[in-house]
Design a binder for this molecule. Structure first.
Ligand code: BDR
Ligand code: CA
Length: 313
């Protein structure tokens, strides 16, 4: 089996960092062509720095990392330092990166890669706001039918919003970009809060990362440990949701998840529900399904897989 070619579009973020490490730990299944950074959890200058720190932690200073859009399509950037800390990657003490940032913009890299690789061979994995992807689609619509699949973290249905009562962070930050992507016609799999709120880093799962006894295990333990501090008081639960690595888990082992084909539309008009993912669960609108909506996970099997793969780095 040849490895599936992916581009991770990201705003690291502790959970983004774990997703990147997870993907890099599975070269037989996933060939990461590059990391395209976007503003989201923290401003672009931080996400590009954090992405390179993670590459160096994984021993992959050869991986191209690109800077992309520094703000949403049509509105001011909302960030999430209250969740991720001032750096976006608070927790471990990782050295300043020395590997370079690429000269090309993320959007150029996305367009060039989709145009030059055989059609239907490149999968996009957006785990931040969808600004880079939507900008690429608007600038070069010819690339849309060349996308193999978009496997994204974002949205919420029965789980409700995590940044407003109605909206999940990645969609809320740039709802116009999300609407553009959802309407693009590209095959889309969404991993929303409905599934990620079942992938909780409990103390024992966090201990399993530390028990790897490697620099990567220690860093992932510290990343998820920091991230965890925010959630119990908010959700009253045993551990924090590990959102973004669910995309990589889905690519590796879709049998660990449960999904449903549905129509998803994005609210871009109402201030009250801005960025809400309106999921037609029962097909009442008769609008055609535009997404595979993942809503359940065999969580312990997922964490066992993640921990085992991280042990390889
Ligand atoms: C999403 O928002 C960010 O804070 C996380 O990195 C994740 O991509 C969860 O709502
Ligand atoms: Ca993210």
């Amino acid at each position: 089996m040849t490895a599936r070619q992916i581009i991770i579009d990201t705003d690291p973020g502790q959970d983004d960092a774990v997703a990147i490490l997870f993907a890099l730990a599975c070269p037989e299944a996933l060939e990461v062509l590059g990391l395209t950074c976007v503003a989201g959890n923290v401003p672009l200058a931080m996400t590009t720095r954090n992405a390179r720190k993670i590459c160096e932690l994984a021993g992959r200073s050869d991986l191209p990392v690109f800077a992309g859009c520094d703000r949403p399509l049509g509105r001011a950037l909302i960030t999430a330092e209250h969740v991720h800390g001032r750096s976006g990657l608070d927790g471990p003490d990782l050295p300043e990166p020395t590997m370079p940032l690429q000269d090309r913009h993320s959007v150029e890299f996305l367009i060039d890669t989709l145009r030059t690789r055989p059609s239907g061979t490149v999968t996009l994995v957006p785990i931040g706001p969808l600004t880079n992807i939507a900008t690429a689609f608007q600038r070069a619509p010819d690339i849309i039918p060349r996308v193999q699949e978009i496997v994204l973290m974002g949205g919420a249905h029965a789980a409700h919003g995590n940044v407003t009562p109605a909206a999940e962070f990645n969609i809320h930050v740039d709802p116009e970009a999300a609407a553009c992507v959802m309407a693009s016609g590209a095959p889309i799999t969404m991993l929303p809060l409905d599934v990620t709120h079942k992938a909780l880093v409990t103390p024992s799962r966090n201990a399993a990362f530390h028990a790897l006894g490697t620099p990567v295990g220690a860093a992932v333990g510290a990343l998820t440990g920091f991230y965890e501090r925010y959630h119990p008081e908010r959700h009253g639960r045993d551990g924090a949701p590990l959102h973004d690595p669910c995309t990589i888990g889905w690519l590796l082992r879709p049998d660990l998840f449960t999904a449903r084909r549905v129509n998803v539309e994005i609210e871009t008009g109402s201030e009250l529900t801005m960025g809400m993912t309106v999921v037609d669960w029962w097909g009442v609108t008769k609008r055609p399904a535009n997404a595979t909506f993942v809503h359940d996970i065999r969580a312990q099997d997922f964490f066992d897989l993640l921990t085992e793969r991280l042990s390889r780095l």
